[in-house]
Design a protein around this ligand. Structure first.
Ligand code: GTP
Length: 518
């Protein structure tokens, strides 16, 4: 019985031994696999640390790998791995700091490039998009740094290499010249001279649209100044002529009036002496009637009185004639005064018209920038007071330069007029539109909720794109890009204009014919 039991024990022990051996083999296998994985990981870490040029970490990792090669028990390496972990942490913090400084440098370099004079407009737009795009907000992103470097390279190529026979300095100036051209062109648009001066200024404006070189721009500027001087001189002369004519007419009237007053006084004196003489004649008749005893005695006296009375009647007629002449003179003076009054009213109306014209863009007949400044200020004050949603949007015609280039600037002008009118027609009575620059308009939408402003601006965009332009049998589709922004928090008008402008650039960048909100 006891033998049987010890045999059983042996069998059980043997089974347990076999099981333990199996477990041990599994563990050994697992441990070898872990060691292999660990070795691979360490090798990768070594490669990474070499890339980051950290000799201390590199040395520590190489030592762990050597020890991994020489001993099976991975757990003995744990303290060293903990040390490596601390080093990696420190390394991460240093990398984070480096990324921050890279980010700072990125923004700084972007701003420096932005301020470089003479950069082409497209490059400036690309730079602005890069600096404001969501990708730019990812810290240390390699793509954005590469993109910035590419922009630097483009700028360098454009600014430093002479091309098309132009010197680097010329290239630098071209952008500035274009800018000056469009500013001068804009100023001329705001002027309002009649006659030859007006026609010649319009001619200069057309020539400015043909991208003149620096020399021509200078000549056109000089010519414009000369014309403005002439125009101002003419206007001053016309005003002086009007005033001196008015003055002369008034002094003639004054002289006539003086004479009328003199003759009216003389008439009054004569009439009173006539009356006195008449009264004396009546008195003498009475006296003669009382004194005379017979008709015969009365006769000579009465005939003398009759002669006196006849003379009085004749003088009275004469007086009446002079009174009649005086009346006619007074009527004439009154008519002259009325004519002068009408003349000054006309002049006042013309001045009023000119004042109104000063607020209108002569080409498109929508408001100009001066009017926009006034209205924006007014609406801004209303917004501060009532806090109802106030939206400002910038609308720019897409690829307008190519319309001018392909069909000529007269067609370009026509497009501008029709687009301005169309935008105006899409707005509500309380909204406002002004021409902001060449092919750019600003609209103000006070008190417009989200649905209204979206519907309104999208309607502007769609209506313009459906306009049936046709030139030389070619159908021409004109589209606009729109950047919209709402007033919020402590915004100034400049903040909102800038935001709308950025949104407009995004709309252009994202394919045009788009409405983008800031
Ligand atoms: N006909 C005409 N052209 C004008 C007037 N004012 C500005 N322009 C022209 O408008 C063009 C504007 O060109 P860009 O600023 O390059 O813009 P764009 O071609 O519209 O291109 P995107 O705005 O990028 O879509 C220039 O060629 C100006 O000469 C104007 O009153 N009449």
């Amino acid at each position: 019985m006891s033998n049987f039991s010890s045999d059983d024990d042996v069998i059980v022990l043997k089974e347990k031994l076999q099981q333990s051996q199996l477990v041990f083999r599994d563990l050994a296998l697992k441990s070898r696999r872990e060691a292999t994985i660990l070795k691979r990981l360490i090798s990768r870490l070594i490669a990474a640390s070499q890339a980051h040029d950290d000799p201390l970490l590199n040395e520590r990792l190489s030592q762990i790998r050597r020890e991994l090669d020489s001993q099976e028990d991975v757990s003995r390496l744990i303290p060293q791995l903990a040390l490596v972990e601390r080093m990696v942490n420190r390394h991460n913090q240093a990398t984070e700091r480096a990324r921050d400084s890279l980010e700072c440098q990125f923004q700084q370099s972007g701003e420096t490039l932005k301020c470089l004079p003479g950069l082409p407009a497209q490059l400036k737009r690309d730079l602005r998009t890069l600096l404001t795009s969501p990708a730019a907000e990812q810290k240390g992103s390699t793509e954005k740094i590469v993109a910035l470097l590419q922009l630097y390279e483009r700028a360098l190529k454009l600014l430093s290499l002479p091309s098309n026979g132009l010197s680097a300095r010329d290239l630098l100036n071209i952008d500035r010249i274009n800018q000056l051209c469009s500013e001068l062109q804009h100023l001329i648009t705001e002027l309002d001279f009649d006659g030859e001066v007006g026609d010649r200024l319009l001619d200069i404006r057309s020539r400015l649209l043909l991208s003149p070189d620096a020399q021509t721009l200078l000549e056109l500027t000089l010519e414009s100044v000369q014309l403005i001087l002439d125009g101002t001189r003419n206007e001053r002369k016309a005003s002086q002529a009007f005033l001196s004519q008015l003055n002369e007419d008034l002094s003639v009237l004054q002289r006539h009036n003086g004479r009328s007053i003199d003759s009216s006084q003389a008439i009054a004196t004569q009439r009173s002496s006539l009356n006195e003489e008449l009264a004396a004649s009546v008195d003498s008749i009475h006296t003669h009637l009382q004194d005379a005893e017979s008709l015969e005695e009365l006769r000579p006296n009465l005939s003398q009185v009759a002669v006196n009375l006849a003379s009085l009647v004749a003088r009275n007629r004469e007086l009446e004639e002079r009174e009649q002449q005086l009346m006619e003179q007074l009527q004439h003076n009154e008519q002259k005064l009325e004519a002068l009054y009408q003349q000054t009213m006309d002049y006042r109306r013309r001045l009023g018209d000119q004042e109104r014209k000063l607020l209108l863009d002569p080409l498109t007949k929508v408001y100009n920038r001066a009017a926009l400044d006034d209205r924006l200020e007014h609406e801004y004050r209303c917004w501060i007071r009532y806090q109802t949603p106030f939206c400002l949007a910038m609308i720019d015609i897409d690829h307008f330069k190519s319309v001018n280039d392909q069909y000529g600037h007269l067609v370009g002008d026509k497009v501008l007029k029709v687009v301005a009118r169309t935008i105006h027609q899409c707005l509500r009575d309380t909204d406002f539109i002004a021409r902001f620059g060449g092919e750019e308009f600003v609209v103000l939408l006070p008190d417009a909720d989200e649905e209204t402003r979206k519907a309104l601006l999208n309607n502007v965009r769609e209506t313009v794109s459906r306009l049936p332009f046709k030139f030389k049998d070619t159908r021409l589709t004109i589209t606009v890009s729109i950047g919209g922004s709402l007033f919020k928090d402590n915004d100034s008008t400049v903040d909102v204009l800038e935001r709308a402008d950025n949104a407009l650039y995004n709309a252009k960048h994202n394919g045009r014919n788009k409405l983008v909100w800031a």
